[in-house]
Write a protein of this length. Structure first.
Length: 193
């Protein structure tokens, strides 16, 4: 099982380290013409493999690769009229090409710890230098999508073999940000250290 499953092409084919000074680039949908184009004015942060059922994944992959950029660093530069919101009730409003189905970006419009960050898939770019995946999140969620639970240890071992920690939520620093946001919203204040 471990040799035939595809986690994601950016992992299966070996993780390529990004460049710290990489300044961004363009992402494109997968249409053969009139592609939707998204321009990013910065590299992504918190790039990771995600096993949730909402993120766009390439055909045959168990995981997506998704990172974030500040909202002000993202602009739609071509064929914006082809974008639709996949699920308007979701916290992350995923904007997808209505023709090829690829998710170009996800934006949070309501109060949320990650409001102000847009979620993107760097594999939709032709440029090299994007931040490499940093961890794997929501790993056990692939079971809810039909993956045999007997193979989940193989999945975790494959991630470990390429140097990625696995979590059934997000990474601890991101979970800490969420918890801090919720605590401050509940009225707690924390002294700067």
């Amino acid at each position: 099982m471990a040799t035939t499953m595809s986690l994601h092409p950016l992992i299966d084919n070996g993780i390529v380290e990004g460049r710290q000074n990489f300044g961004g680039g363009a992402l494109y949908c997968r249409c053969s013409s009139n592609k939707v184009e998204i321009s990013l004015k910065s590299n992504v942060a918190h790039n990771h493999a995600c096993g949730c059922s909402k993120c766009w994944k390439p055909s045959g992959a168990l995981f997506s690769i998704v990172g974030v950029v500040p909202r002000e660093n993202l602009s739609v530069t071509a064929n914006e009229s082809k974008l639709i919101i996949v699920d308007e009730s979701a916290a992350i409003q995923r904007h997808a090409c209505k023709d090829c189905g690829v998710h170009l970006y996800g934006r949070i419009e309501k109060e949320h710890p990650f409001k102000g960050l847009d979620f993107v898939h760097i594999e939709l770019s032709n440029e090299e230098g994007w931040q490499e995946p940093q961890f794997a999140g929501f790993v056990s969620s692939i079971i809810e999508q039909g993956f045999n639970p007997k193979g989940i240890d193989d999945v975790r071992a494959r991630f470990k073999a390429v140097g990625l920690d696995t979590y059934d939520v997000l990474s601890p620093p991101l979970m800490d940000l969420i918890a801090t946001f919720n605590a401050q919203k509940a009225g707690f204040s924390f002294a700067a250290s």
